[in-house]
Design a binder for this molecule. Sequence first.
Ligand code: MN
Length: 445
Amino acid sequence: MTQDNDNTNPTHSAFARSWVASANVEGCDFPIQNLPFAVFRRKGTDEAFRGGVAIGDQVVDLAQVALTNCLDGLAQQAAQACAQPALNDFFAMGPKAWTALRHGLFELLEKAFYGAKVDALRECLIPQEDIEFTVPARIGDYTDFYTSLDHAMNIGVMMRPDDPITSNFKWIPIAYHGRVSSIGVSGQKYRRPMGQYMAPGATAPVYGPCTRLDYELELGIYIGQGNAQGEPIALKDAEKHVFGICLLNDWSARDIQFWEMAPLGPFLGKNFCTTISPWIVTMEALEPYRQAWTRPETDPQPLAYLEDVGNRANGAIDISLEVLLESDKLRAEGKGPARLSGTSFKHQYWSVAQMVTHHTMGGCNLQSGDLLGSGTISGPGEGQAGAMIELACGGSKPVSLGNGETRGFLQDGDAVILRCWCEKLGFARIGFGESKGTVLRAIGG
Ligand code: MN
């Protein structure tokens, strides 16, 4: 059963409209209720990258906003912090500053409000078709979780048929520390990794281009304010440390990964590329789509440090997600990408807050701009898996692209597109844009 929470405010009103007409078009990812953040510059220029907020098909240039003085007080200070090539300083200002800037921009962008400040803000708009993005924060550390029970079951059956769900899964949000240097924004292209793997039935490993290249549908969670080393974050406070959420594709070389990961975990099978969406949807924008976090009564209930009434009441978030694949052939035929699967983040076994708290429980300090991957998001139903290895049963049942092509794993030229959005009766639909990445032929492959 879901329950409405009372943390919504006028910026969530379904009736709010903007004078930026494209924001009011049905199905637009960026209505005035969303206001997600990115770091951008004009395409093909050497302008400095700076923060921006999406409204309809435009971006509000926050460096320009900071110069115009159309905002006041904390909102103005926050805009100044966003006038940099990374949002870390803005993240570090904390929830009051994030809210002040959101509400300040909302007021100026709302249709009902006119005046000199609105005229000034109008001068700060740049069409999104004219901009390019970069990674929006200096990500100090990246941690990738493993919090979908359905994904763990689908993968576990392939890796350990006798014991698919390891006994720790239902007690701790499992994760590994990942690689930051190869994280890129949507539009990223990368070479199929070379590596060492054991082919099925072989007695010795070989070195060559990955033959089982895969994607993972995930969300990325940005840490806003960190914690001091040795001072864990309590579960009830965990979400105050989260700035917002983006899409994340944890590209995975399954042959390399499965050969190397026992007993220490993923390494070269994961570290060659991770593609995120440029826009970060704030936790405040996500408020209307919160749901109760539940745990089956027959499962172990969380230990006390992972238990909280607030997390029970609204720790889950209903974010609809989908994966699409665009092959060279589909592109040549002028057809759109093929939809591979769809699910919701609400099915995850562990919540965002539980990931944050568990991460810090031993004394680890999170820092502003750190990124947590949710882990592959797979739902309980048919066609809801968030990785191709699950959809295609390890490559044995290739999936159809609807044009005569099939895929057991990814081929060169394939682009994988992740999309997600939130919708709920009585509230606006908000979207995250997309994360698109393309596989190129292996170096020397
Ligand atoms: Mn992953």
